[in-house]
Design a protein around this ligand. Structure first.
Ligand code: UP5
Ligand code: MG
Length: 219
């Protein structure tokens, strides 16, 4: 039989929004393969003989976005390997990518005719809160307390994750990068009506109920 073209959903959201957690739950119930760009980069950093180990290390600690040539190769290889082992596994959740213009251009030039991007999910308590804030005219205060939820999640995880960026200093940089570079990418897809937003500040199960509703309605 003819192999299917990979079908992709990009999953984006701020640090600690719960992208990885929700993707794992989707994999349990639906036939998707979860590829976290951050996990792939962390694995590449540890791989013996990797020429990019140090570079990845310093970018991650600084919350900066690794040059796309590196990330896109890891994603492409992971997708090809998955489909080589089982050609029915053509549906992918790509978590934490594309994070900026460079990522998006890299995806377009390498993957555009190799895979279809169906939609994007933005997992962010922020955007929902901000809409509420506009009404309350308290943007700043509530906005800050919102990203505090995600900071607290990452700091809590930092006690055992071994991640070099789950500390206050790196987290501040990760959030800055998200607001400056990643949000504009989400907005770009939003203009094309491609984004489904989920309020990620609630419990894991409440968030997943919304995620499931979108999946079942739109496939
Ligand atoms: N948790 C999750 N959901 C919860 C909920 N609803 N209620 C309470 N707790 C919840 O969750 C984070 C923590 O919160 C966990 O302990 C979880 O149990 C709990 P997780 O599901 O891991 O959230 P996630 O959104 O995946 O957070 P993560 O920290 O992975 O997000 P980042 O976007 O910061 O990290 P990522 O791994 O994607 O990227 C790391 C770095 O890699 C980047 O900063 C960048 O330097 C680099 N990178 C690139 O350069 N290019 C890329 O393409 C990708 C990454
Ligand atoms: Mg993650």
């Amino acid at each position: 039989a003819l192999a299917m073209k990979p079908q992709v959903i990009f999953v984006l959201g701020g640090p600690g929004a719960g992208k990885g957690t929700q993707c794992a739950k989707i994999v349990e119930s639906y036939g998707y393969t979860h590829l976290s760009a951050g996990d792939l980069l962390r694995a590449e950093r540890m791989r013996e003989g990797s020429e990019f180990g140090q570079l990845i290390d310093s970018y991650i600690k600084d919350g900066k976005i690794v040059p796309v040539e590196i990330t896109i190769n890891l994603l492409r290889k992971a997708m090809e390997e998955t489909m080589r082992l089982n050609q029915d596994k053509f549906r992918f959740l790509i978590d934490g990518f594309p994070r900026n213009q460079d990522n998006l251009q890299g995806w377009t030039s390498v993957m555009e005719d190799k895979a279809d991007v169906n939609k994007m999910w933005s997992q962010s308590g922020e955007s929902v809160r901000e809409r509420v804030d506009e009404k309350l005219k308290k943007e700043r205060v509530v906005g800050q307390s919102q990203s505090q939820v995600c900071i607290d999640r990452c700091l809590e995880r930092g006690k055992s994750s071994g991640r070099t960026d789950d500390n206050r200093e790196s987290l501040e940089k990760r959030i800055q990068t998200y607001l400056q570079s990643t949000r504009p990418i989400i907005e770009l897809y939003q203009k094309q009506g491609q984004v489904r937003t989920v309020d990620a500040s609630r419990s894991v199960d409440e968030v997943f109920a919304d995620v499931k509703a979108v999946l079942e309605k739109e496939g």
